[in-house]
Design a protein around this ligand. Structure first.
Ligand code: ATP
Ligand code: MG
Ligand code: MG
Length: 574
């Protein structure tokens, strides 16, 4: 495959490898993790993190853990655990190495996390705060203004310990007490807000999807994450830029607990990279959930969704998403990536491998008046223009055909080389029906409302593509068509971008006010006959129209439903 391009994370890993920074007996020198919270479906932003973390493991003979960060019982569910595992596998990655599964759950560490919290209390590094939520928020201060110490900050360690044990035992209601860290005596004056006695544990009388009712206190993300990394011997803990301010606490926590003998050094290190912002989509589980909940889309796997399951159903390949992630790279600067980059990766991946087929999406009848009724001539074309070994496909030429409505113009504009009728003593246009015959337009029919209902042509018997006579005809137009007699009638879903605004949720904008009302148009199309054998997930290039996939949910044997993945060219806004 392609050599991975370098980036600042790779540079760090390579220098750590050279220096032996994370050399430990029996462990690979690079261990990363992908740590989703099982509270929704993965989206294209997560794919960036997956490709980065699993990609490092792959390229440096390391290991990448899949870890569920499941410390918010109310929002999490097994359904999400299952789909996340499925999506990571589908993207082409594995958490298995040498026959061992490296699948972890933060909830499996609840007992260890609790013991470490008791240790921190005993050492004076944590205390139970009994302020009201309002007082706590007020006393935290603001950026540029120091906070105020909680009146409970200096309560004796023994008292905090007893309260913490009673919290665990269920003696208090939600919100009555919390456990907070005390990184230093003057931490409440720290210019870094996340250093101001961050919360470690809160009371939540809630059922957890894995631990059931065993716990009524749950550890906070900022406490759980560094410890989980250290327990799992993670070397490089990669997260998005908004966690930069959390790094001092991360370092303090793992160092402090390593001093306490809970982990061996070297401890894991956190590095931050820019999250993916992709134009014309939103990448926030909360916002995506809102689109599902209010019925804007049919579900998490709606082909308009930037979720992994949505992209998969839309027709994206794992390879195209990996290629996209490789192309966008990894940097420390926030920015927006154009949707065209993702679509371009899809085209580059599919062009060399997608079999070709002909589809007429907006049909208009074409009648070859001098072709005998009931007869048929076989035409053929390569399955793929660059892969003769894939052979040929065949389809019949008959008296009645379907062409695209846009391939006929009653009053042609300049430079229009498709079907135009005769005018006065000037004959109608001559075009080639691709892989078939040259025909000349002789007239057209209209209904009472003035709509064109059929185009009439005569064909030249000696003009068939691939025969010696074909060269005698020089025509400018080359038109796709299918035989009305043999065509497969099929539902084709023409998907487009879900939003009209390139940055639908930037600057607090209401993303629901910029939805693209035309993000889905469903047409009844006519496809070349062989398409009846298309199986779910099979992808094709429909000549001139773009890339299409047989929908993995709604296609039935002999009756495929197609989704447009993307057009052949980037034509958005043109
Ligand atoms: P969301 O805001 O959509 O809920 P999240 O970051 O809360 O996303 P997690 O399940 O915690 O969701 O994410 C798992 C991992 O994926 C984290 O390490 C996170 O940094 C990374 N990640 C999430 N969104 C993006 C993104 N847009 N670009 C790059 N990485 C991302
Ligand atoms: Mg998160
Ligand atoms: Mg989130």
């Amino acid at each position: 495959g392609n050599a991975p391009s370098s980036n600042f994370v790779r540079a760090i890993v390579e220098s750590d490898l050279a220096a032996g920074t994370h050399q430990r007996d029996g462990l690979p020198p690079v261990i990363t993790r992908f740590p989703p919270e099982p509270n929704g479906y993965l989206h294209i932003g997560h794919a960036k993190s997956i490709c980065l973390n699993f990609g490092l493991a792959r390229d440096y003979a390391g290991l990448c853990h899949l870890r569920f960060d499941d410390t918010n019982p109310e929002k999490e569910d097994q359904e999400y655990v299952d789909t996340i595992m499925d999506s990571v596998k589908w993207l082409g990655f594995s958490w298995e190495r040498d026959g061992q599964e490296h699948l972890y759950y933060a909830s499996d560490y609840f007992e260890q996390l609790y013991k470490m919290a008791e240790y921190l209390i005993e050492k004076g590094y944590a205390y139970v705060d009994s302020q009201s939520a309002e007082d706590m928020a007020k006393n935290r201060g603001n950026f540029g203004t120091p906070g105020t110490n909680s009146p409970f900050r200096d309560r004796p360690a023994a008292e905090s310990l007893q309260l913490f044990r009673d919290m665990r035992a269920g003696k208090y209601k939600d919100g009555e007490h919390i456990l907070r860290a005390k990184m230093s005596e003057d931490a409440m004056a720290s210019p870094v807000m996340t250093n101001r006695d961050p919360a470690l544990y809160r009371i939540r009388h809630a059922h957890h999807h894995r631990t059931g009712d065993a716990w009524c206190i749950y550890p906070m993300y900022d406490y759980t994450h560094p410890i989980s990394d250290a327990i799992e011997n993670i070397t490089h803990s990669l997260c998005t830029l908004e966690f930069q301010d959390h790094r001092p606490f991360y370092d303090w926590l793992v160092e402090t607990l390593a001093e306490g003998g809970f982990f061996k050094k070297p401890v894991p290190r956190q590095y931050e990279f820019a999250r993916l912002n992709l134009t014309y989509v939103v990448t926030s589980k909360r916002k995506l959930r809102a689109l599902v909940d209010d019925g804007t889309v049919t579900g998490w796997d709606d082909p308009r969704m930037p979720t992994i399951v949505g992209l998969r159903r839309r027709g994206y390949t794992p390879e195209s998403i990996q290629l996209f992630c490789e192309r966008i790279g990894v940097s420390k600067a926030d920015g927006w990536i154009d949707m065209g980059t993702l679509e371009g990766a899809l085209r580059d991946d599919l062009d060399p491998k997608a079999p070709r087929a002909i589809a007429v999406l907006r049909p208009l009848k074409l009648i070859v008046d001098n072709f005998p009724e009931g007869e048929s001539v076989e035409c053929s074309s390569p399955v793929h223009p660059h892969h003769p070994e894939l052979g040929k496909r065949t389809f019949p030429f008959t008296r009645e055909l379907w062409i695209e409505q846009e391939d006929f113009m009653e009053t042609p504009t300049k430079g229009y080389f498709r079907f135009t009728p005769p005018v006065g003593d000037q004959p109608g246009s001559r075009v080639r029906l691709k892989y078939g015959y040259v025909v000349e337009c002789t007239g057209y029919d209209k209904d009472a409302d003035g709509n064109v209902t059929a185009v009439h042509v005569k064909y030249f018997e000696d003009s068939k593509s691939g025969t010696p006579g074909a060269d005698n005809y020089k025509v400018k137009g080359n038109i796709t068509w299918v035989s009305a007699a043999g065509a497969l009638e099929a539902e084709v879903r023409l998907y487009d971008r879900l939003f009209l605004d390139p940055q639908p949720d930037a600057g607090g904008k209401d993303f629901k006010s910029v939805l693209n009302p035309n993000a889905l148009e469903t047409v009844t199309a006519y496809l070349e006959p062989g398409m009846k054998d298309a199986v779910a997930d099979q992808r094709f290039q429909f000549e001139r129209h773009g890339y299409f996939v047989a929908d993995r949910v709604d296609s039935k044997p002999g009756k495929p439903v197609f989704n447009r993945v993307t057009t052949l060219k980037d034509s958005w806004g043109k």
